[in-house]
Design a protein around this ligand. Structure first.
Ligand code: 3PG
Ligand code: CO
Length: 555
């Protein structure tokens, strides 16, 4: 029968304190002025790189290596941390939704049949991120869903859009809204009453995460459900163009708006009898809205009016909370993660980040599972993030505080694994502010130093890696790698993640002298890290895990 017991590693000892450091948004790219990691003063990470090839290498962090549909899909934190923690590659939300749409199975499932009940009398509302970024949602999936739902009886459809500019170029919102408007007018010509009803920028409206700032979700609720917003327009293309005229405006932070008819009435508030689908497949930035839509008892903000609706998520966003209870596509079932194995084999675990990445290094790491496996063996610490600011204003974020917590956990002797996520490269990289991102990278490097110093003191081991690229390339490039210019001759800032590989470094006084990276896993990716860490804890990884990156040679 099944057993959690892991075999002993034939050569590596148990009982070493291991720091597992994930630098968020820290890829490897050519050293030029748009590579903020290169420009920044990063002596710690530079010194780790000198350990190549035995103790530093690159691993794949995008595309099929992390369960995404194609090699054109950049990595992201959800799939990256899933792969790091699970040690295997699972088909991820983006891919699962593609398959369900292609086979038509999405329309046969419980979730679609549930919302379909409302198509006769009610309106179908679709709420989500409008872009082709492929991190949280994809435009082509929305387009297929619009077509499929209207062919299956939806006569009145309202789309509530969230503009992106974070997983795609800033300013691209206009084109996406035009494309959607065009699709909706096609539907109208077929007799479907289809319109955009509301909108706003993703970081200001709806898509908060880890309960950092409920006012973001409330702004969305007011526009989407109540039909109330500070800005009213007759048409969404005009709305986005007009709101972007403010010199400080960008797609990520557009204020909320509603679309109104000729008499000034909102065209699509959500009312009793309607159906609602949140079409993001990724959980972290949709689960807060899902709670507001689904929970009878809800006290995070005053909902004013709670319509009786049939609600389904594109995916189920939280498996333990069973939230939402209806969904169109089943999420990946990630089981037997390295965290659960290690705890069951006596590895006492500490995990820490600040709010904006806390769920990454716990929930995503543990296969989309919240809470502890065994509370007496684990401690997870969340340091509150600054809220209500963009992180270019505070590029150091809480890196120092996270490192101090990790240091103290290492020195306490109470833990065998001390795992952190350092968010700086990613969160500041997403602002597109190059100078601030340089400061961010330096702060992350200093945090790594503090953690490695503590490992040095206790005779431990470190594993330093990243979840995907971001800060190493801040400019959109053409196929041959040249920076692209906009029509005014300015470079096009890349706020998104990248397709770049990420580094992994191992070391520390506790590392057995003969340990080195194997040369026979050249295409190794993030999913190979779990087996590697298990080995360093003195265990063999389960046989279905992606292979370890290390070997032990006699010294
Ligand atoms: C976000 O949600 O902030 C971005 O879309 C993706 O960033 P992450 O994958 O690094 O969280
Ligand atoms: Co990111």
């Amino acid at each position: 029968g099944f057993s959690w017991k892991l075999p002993d590693h034939p050569k590596l000892p148990k009982g070493k304190t291991i720091a597992v450091v994930v630098l968020d948004g820290w890829g490897e790219a050519n050293p030029d002025k748009y590579n903020c990691i290169h420009v920044a003063d990063t002596p710690t990470m530079d010194s780790l790189k000198k350990g190549a090839p035995d103790r530093w290498r690159l691993v794949r962090a995008h595309g099929t290596a992390v369960g995404l549909p194609t090699e054109d899909d950049m990595g992201n934190s959800e799939v990256g941390h899933n792969a790091l923690g699970a040690g295997r590659i699972y088909a991820q939300g983006a891919k699962l939704v593609d398959l369900a749409l292609a086979s038509g199975k999405i329309y046969e499932g419980e979730g679609f049949n549930y919302i379909k009940e409302s198509f006769g009398q009610g309106t179908l509302h679709l709420i989500g991120l409008l872009s082709d970024g492929g991190v949280h949602s994809r435009l082509d999936q929305l387009q297929l869903l619009l077509k499929g739902a209207s062919e299956r009886g939806a006569k009145k459809i309202r789309v509530h859009i969230l503009t992106d500019g974070r997983d795609v170029l800033d300013g691209s919102s206009v084109g996406f809204v035009e494309t959607l408007e065009n699709d909706l007018s096609q539907l109208r010509s077929k007799g479907v009453d289809a319109q955009i009803a509301s909108g706003g920028g993703r970081m200001h409206v709806t898509m908060d995460r880890y309960e950092n700032d409920w006012s973001v979700v409330k702004r969305g609720w007011d526009a989407q459900v109540l039909g109330e917003a500070p800005h009213k327009f007759r048409n969404a293309v005009e709305a986005v163009k007009e709101l972007r005229k403010d010199p400080k405006a960008n797609d990520q932070y557009l204020p909320p708006f509603v679309i109104v008819d000729e008499s000034g009435k909102p065209v699509g508030p959500i009312v009793d009898g309607d159906a609602v689908v949140t079409f993001n497949f990724r959980a972290d930035r949709m689960v807060m809205l899902a709670k507001a839509l689904e929970y009878a008892d809800f006290d995070k903000f005053d909902r004013v009016r709670v319509p009786k609706i049939r609600y389904a998520g594109m995916l189920q966003y939280d498996g333990e909370l069973k939230l939402p209870s209806h969904y169109l596509v089943s999420p990946p079932e990630i089981e037997r993660t390295s965290g659960e194995y290690l705890v069951n084999n006596g590895v006492r675990t500490f995990a820490c980040s600040e709010t904006v990445k806390f769920g990454h290094v716990t929930f995503f790491w543990n296969g989309n599972r919240s809470g502890y496996f065994n509370h007496s063996m684990e401690e997870y610490v969340e340091i509150p993030s600054d809220s209500g600011i963009t992180f270019n204003v505070q590029p150091k974020m809480k890196a120092l505080e996270i490192a101090e917590k990790a240091r103290d956990a290492i020195l306490s002797g109470k833990f065998d694994q001390v795992r952190v996520n350092l968010p700086n490269g990613d969160m500041v990289g997403h602002t597109g502010d190059i100078e601030a991102t340089v400061v961010a990278c330096k702060a992350a490097d200093e945090a790594v130093k503090m953690i490695l110093d503590a490992i040095e003191k206790v005779g431990g081991i470190y594993v330093v890696t990243a979840d995907h690229g971001n800060a190493e390339d801040m400019v959109k490039r053409n196929k041959s790698g040249q920076p692209l210019l906009d029509k005014n001759g300015n470079i096009q800032i890349l706020t998104s993640h990248t397709l770049q590989p990420v580094p992994i470094a191992i070391g520390g006084p506790g590392l057995a002298p003969g340990v080195r990276f194997r040369t026979d896993v050249p295409s190794g990716g993030l999913a190979n890290v779990a087996a590697t860490v298990m080995n360093l804890h003195g265990f063999e990884a389960p046989s279905d895990y992606e292979t370890t990156l290390i070997e032990v040679v006699d010294k």
